[in-house]
Design a binder for this molecule. Structure first.
Ligand SMILES: Nc1ncnc2c1ncn2[C@@H]1O[C@H](COP(=O)(O)OP(=O)(O)OP(=O)(O)O)[C@@H](O)[C@H]1O
Ligand SMILES: [Mg+2]
Length: 241
């Protein structure tokens, strides 16, 4: 069975209502997350500074040095998570310029080609050559596509096929990123855009919530359809203007 975040009635009303509930929920979660993250940042900065000073008092061979290094690594990790959370709750001001979307996608594919190669993932591109330059923040949109593409790659640890299709539908650029991976269980699909939802041992769970924020800030939409055992397709639509 195919499932989607925006299942709705045929007239689209149900769909719009569900999308608006979803974005209100995200906006609320985002505000709470941003205030918590903000409050944690200052005391964390103090811990980080003091522990760096403390580390300077011990030589490399001191048995205490390795414990302090663990504290330093973990404060850095917390700082990274907090920064990511703040970014996804309040995406930075956009620098909108016309860009070739295929160049952005090719750049990402080039960056991960060692990974796709070693995992034996076949990459198939169905790029529509008629697509005009699209007004986007290159860095942010690149990040949004990377998150979805990396998830596709991570869903196929034993190989598979990733298909990326671009097309124009009315006034929208539509990018479909499809994988033949494990799929997303029906109970999970409603949570995948929530901050910190992850089923991976080393995932932060911020990839898709950041992506959602970036796409929404470009007045676009992102939807997902997945079938357990048969793979997943994410569809990102961005206005052509
Ligand atoms: N293509 C996919 N196939 C299967 N599951 C997916 C796919 N994309 C997302 N998911 C599910 O959604 C969850 C959330 O994805 P998200 O990118 O937000 O976090 P993550 O990948 O776990 O960690 P990270 O923050 O490092 O990206 C994943 O843990 C996974 O369970
Ligand atoms: Mg991810």
């Amino acid at each position: 069975m195919a499932i989607s975040t925006n299942k709705g009635s045929p007239d689209g009303l149900g769909k719009r209502k569900e999308e608006s509930i979803q974005s209100e929920r995200l906006a609320f979660t985002g505000r709470i997350a941003a205030s918590i993250a903000h409050e944690i940042r200052n005391p964390l900065g103090n811990v980080s500074m003091c522990v760096q000073l403390l580390r300077g008092a011990f030589t490399e061979d001191s048995p205490w040095a390795k414990h302090i290094d663990v504290i330093i690594r973990n404060t850095e990790r917390i700082n990274f998570l907090i920064t990511e959370l703040l970014n996804c709750a309040r995406p930075p001001k956009l620098n909108i310029q016309p860009h070739d979307i295929h160049e952005i996608l090719e750049g990402i594919l080039d960056f991960i080609k060692t990974k796709t190669g070693s995992q034996q993932i076949e990459v198939s591109k169905g790029f529509n050559s008629q697509i005009p330059p699209i007004n986007v923040d290159k860095e942010q949109i690149g990040r949004a596509f990377s998150n979805v593409i990396l998830n596709a790659v991570e869903s196929m640890p034993d190989g598979g096929k990733m298909t990326i299709i671009t097309e124009i539908e009315e006034d929208f650029l539509v990018v479909k990123i499809q994988d033949t991976g494990e799929g997303i269980p029906e109970d999970d699909i409603i949570m995948i855009f929530d901050p910190f939802f992850s089923t991976k041992s080393s995932g932060t769970g911020l990839g898709l919530s950041t992506t959602y924020g970036i796409i929404a800030s470009h007045d676009g939409t992102i939807t997902v359809e997945s079938e357990r055992g048969n793979g997943t397709v994410f569809t990102i639509s961005l206005p052509v203007r």
